[in-house]
Design a protein around this ligand. Structure first.
Ligand SMILES: Cc1cc2nc3c(=O)[nH]c(=O)nc-3n(C[C@H](O)[C@H](O)[C@H](O)COP(=O)(O)OP(=O)(O)OC[C@H]3O[C@@H](n4cnc5c(N)ncnc54)[C@H](O)[C@@H]3O)c2cc1C
Length: 401
């Protein structure tokens, strides 16, 4: 009987355990630090779990060796991952940009089918077991946590990264692998919100808008994205911001984010503003964007263009409308930093992939040792790419080739 220990009961660890348990004559012990498995999974996709993306190609992934994920993604493309989930009972829907969600609209459905799949006689789940040490002697492993230990023939490290620390993101996986001789690259928060000069975001806290987003140094565009923007107490968040956050984290000082709230060019926005002035001559001037953008955002755009509520639309000159058209197309906020691991969705950096075989995820340094998921130096774009990596790499490691 081959004994397999999977350390970490998150997305990649559960996938690895399910796959490993399909092997004949083996037992799998899944060790989870927290009181229950899959806690972070429940929070993904704003509680809906964007579990994969139908366009998950290697170009959507980052790390010191950007080609590293290619073989795993070719063996477990999103279509095959979705077939597996369908066989476990999960119904899914595919939305804009290839983002896949459970049809129920609840992340819990994903966790439920994984937990059901793990209810097998040869799988044991041990929770509240923060593994502190993995030792290898005479070709076997000893895995130790406070109050327990087990012997194993193979070990899969699936401890995740340190992003989402409120949900249990920790550095344990890096430490465990480093003690076995592995090394890691620098760790940075990725897919995270930006901290900006507080004046505007604070007043707009809680407001969401669809926007084109650019990260700028002076007038040079460093990164751009289109999508959801959420104003927060400290700056801006949302999927479009997450997409430019990697460049912001690496970008140093002197950055600004530009938000564009209209798909039309500046001349068309100006023509629309003139029509609005004619339609509502006696309306308070800072209401001129009524119906075009959320009302508090409209007032804020007016304020940034120097338009107050003290006058009426009819009193607005063309110069003021031009300034407003510019603000609608290029609302700038100086960036003062990126948020940390607490709110980041993923860790950029991790255990060096050169130390693992890209086809099997077997350690090149320690026979019988495997790693999968975010603990490795692989991180994906926003849109289901990180969970796709977690499933695909977990399923690959679970094959124990
Ligand atoms: C708020 C939020 C929303 C997200 N939304 C999405 C999304 O919609 N789509 C998407 O693709 N990605 C999303 N992500 C990213 C995605 O959740 C992760 O990339 C993915 O969960 C990584 O899987 P993993 O198995 O490597 O790590 P995790 O899922 O973090 O699992 C690691 C597990 O190991 C356990 N562990 C750690 N140390 C030990 C130890 N010493 N002993 C035992 N157990 C240990 C942890 O408690 C945890 O349960 C989101 C992340 C966050 C934080």
């Amino acid at each position: 009987m081959v004994k397999i220990a999977v350390i970490g009961g998150g997305a990649s660890g559960m996938a690895a355990a399910i796959r490993a348990a399909q092997r004949p004559a083996c037992t799998v012990t899944l060790l989870e630090r927290q009181a229950r498995v899959g806690r972070k999974l429940l929070a993904t996709g704003n509680g809906r779990c964007n579990l994969t993306n139908t366009q998950a190609v290697p170009a959507r992934y980052h790390g010191a060796d950007p080609a590293f994920p290619a073989e795993v993604l070719a063996a477990w493309p999103s279509a095959r991952v979705l077939e597996l989930f369908a066989s476990l009972g999960l119904r899914t829907v595919t939305e804009y940009g290839g983002r896949v969600y459970p049809a129920s609209g609840h992340a819990a459905s994903v966790l439920d089918v994984l937990r059901l799949a793990l209810e097998r006689p040869n799988v044991e789940i041990v929770t509240a077991a923060p593994v502190e040490r993995i030792a290898r002697r005479d070709g076997r492993f000893t895995v130790v946590w406070p109050g327990g230990a087990l012997e194993a023939d193979r070990v899969i490290v699936a401890c995740g990264g340190c992003a989402g620390s409120k949900l249990g993101g920790v550095t344990d996986g890096y430490t465990l692998l480093e003690r076995l001789g592995h090394s890691r690259t620098a760790l940075r928060p990725a897919l995270t919100s930006l901290r900006t000069a507080p004046e505007y975001p604070r007043a707009l806290k809680g407001i969401r808008a669809e926007a084109g987003v650019k990260l700028l140094r002076g007038e040079t565009v460093l990164a751009e994205a289109q999508g959801d923007v959420l104003f927060t107490e400290t700056g801006v968040s949302g999927t479009a911001i997450f997409e430019i956050s990697r460049a912001a984290a690496a970008g140093g000082e002197g950055l600004a984010v530009s938000l564009c709230f209209s798909p039309d060019d500046e001349a068309a926005v100006l023509a629309d503003l003139r029509a609005r002035r004619a339609r509502w001559p006696s309306l308070a001037a800072n209401g001129i964007l009524t119906g075009a953008v959320q009302s508090r955002l409209g007032q804020m755009l007016c304020r940034s263009a120097g338009i107050s509520g003290g006058t009426q639309c009819a009193a607005l000159g063309d110069g003021e409308l031009r300034a407003l058209a510019r603000a609608v197309r290029d609302f700038r906020l100086p960036v003062i930093g990126v948020s940390g691991f607490e709110t980041a969705q993923v860790t950029a950096g991790g255990v060096r992939t050169a130390e693992f075989d890209p086809e099997t995820l077997r350690s090149r340094l320690v026979p019988g040792l495997y790693a999968c998921g975010e603990v490795l130096d692989v991180d994906g774009d926003c849109g289901g790419f990180n969970l796709q990596w977690a499933w695909a790499s977990g399923l690959t490691a679970g094959e124990l080739r």
